[in-house]
Design a protein around this ligand. Structure first.
Ligand SMILES: Nc1ncnc2c1ncn2[C@@H]1O[C@H](COP(=O)(O)OP(=O)(O)OP(=O)(O)O)[C@@H](O)[C@H]1O
Ligand SMILES: [Mg+2]
Length: 358
């Protein structure tokens, strides 16, 4: 029950008109016998421009040459070939294709031509490249995270050793020398105790400072505006950067991770304003924007260059990553001489006013 030639042609046409890929059938001399509609659309030509012609009459010489060679390889080997190729479309844009070419045989098994299908994989290629880049970025970040953690530990160890180690040793020496003086005259005792109390007071101050730098407890206890207030004060004392804080509504109802992210991002923005912007003033605004909370940090420094993404620098990448993990975004704009603005947008939990408390 073999279909007639006519029915055969109709079936072939239906297939070629409906497939999204470029497809063709060629004879042994690489002359086109049939092509898909997608083929004609991609090239912007009519069937009459292609059928009966050879690749060099349809394609630019260099492309045609490759097609002839791959056709010959299929004819010679009798095997299917699959390869990825790139070429410019008529508009000049570079596109990628996944192409398969196979031999066509007659009843006696002789190769009478080739069939080919070429799928546009430009988008897949682009997302692969994006994925590779973002994996590399993640690896870089997590490596740097680890190094930062190690150096932070080293710093804490040094501080504990140098500051608290010293004061505890001093206390011990005082106590040992007191023990050796017996009986202790009343005024000696009072004097020594006075000094001991002074040393202990100082170590309490040191300990508080070390702990606060590690993580401001105020963030968990009193919320974001209070912690930023503390940060603003510290920055203006240590770095002569005057920081004005303006939160439209009190403490935004962030979950703890988002709150930490917001704090660290503002902290990095202010550090950058001092280190790179050489700013003298900064303003931190907080306001509600629909379902999100927006915090902007503006400095009056020299302004970030739009292309500032030096490798090995992590501040900006870390800001973006923190914001992304909390479901938000960070935008950084600046113009030479006109300061830098960092805008952080973080979604507020649904149901809004869930007042957080530890
Ligand atoms: N407020 C700013 N004003 C001017 N330039 C800035 C500002 N913030 C960032 N930059 C520029 O962007 C670059 C990248 O900043 P980023 O915070 O990522 O790195 P860094 O501060 O140099 O190093 P790190 O933060 O990793 O210690 C900086 O080196 C600087 O050139
Ligand atoms: Mg930085």
């Amino acid at each position: 029950m073999s279909p007639t030639d006519d029915a055969d042609r109709r079936l072939r046409r239906a297939l070629l008109d409906n497939m999204p890929d470029m497809a063709w059938i060629k004879d042994r001399e690489s002359r086109y016998l049939a092509v898909s509609s997608a083929y004609l659309e991609t090239l912007g030509v009519n069937e009459a421009d292609v059928i009966g012609r050879k690749p060099e009459e349809v394609w630019p010489a260099d492309v045609a040459d490759v097609y002839l060679q791959t056709d010959r390889a299929v004819l010679r080997s009798g095997k299917r070939r699959r390869y990825e190729e790139s070429r410019r479309d008529p508009g000049g844009e570079l596109r990628w294709y996944d192409t398969i070419k196979s031999p066509i045989r007659d009843d006696a098994g002789r190769i009478v031509g080739t069939v080919g299908i070429s799928r546009d994989i430009t988008r897949r290629k682009a997302s692969e490249a994006e994925l590779i880049a973002s994996r590399a970025e993640l690896r870089r970040l997590s490596g740097a995270e680890q190094r930062a953690r190690e150096s932070e530990r080293a710093r804490i160890a040094r501080e504990l050793h140098d500051e608290l180690g010293q004061t505890l040793t001093a206390i011990k020496m005082q106590l040992v020398s007191l023990k050796s003086v017996a009986p202790i005259p009343a005024e000696t005792l009072a004097g020594r105790l006075e000094r001991l109390i002074g040393i202990v007071d100082q170590s309490v101050v040191d300990l508080r400072r070390i702990a606060t730098e590690l993580r401001p407890l105020i963030l968990d206890e009193l919320g974001l505006p209070a912690a930023l207030e503390w940060l603003a004060q510290t920055v203006s004392e240590q770095a002569q950067l005057a920081v004005a804080l303006d939160f439209e509504v009190g403490d935004p109802p962030f979950d703890p991770d988002a709150r930490t992210a917001a704090f660290r991002i503002v902290q990095e923005a202010l550090t950058n304003a001092v280190r790179h912007g050489h700013a003298s003033q900064a303003r931190v605004f907080g306001r509600r924007r629909g379902d999100a909370f927006e915090i902007t940090v503006e400095d009056d420094g020299r302004g970030i260059e739009p292309s500032s993404t030096p490798t090995g620098r992590l501040g900006l990448a870390g800001m973006r990553e923190r914001a992304r993990l909390a479901g938000g975004t960070v935008e950084i704009v600046g113009a030479p001489g006109r300061g830098t603005t960092v805008t952080l947008r973080l979604p507020l939990p649904r149901g809004g006013s869930a007042k957080r408390k530890r």
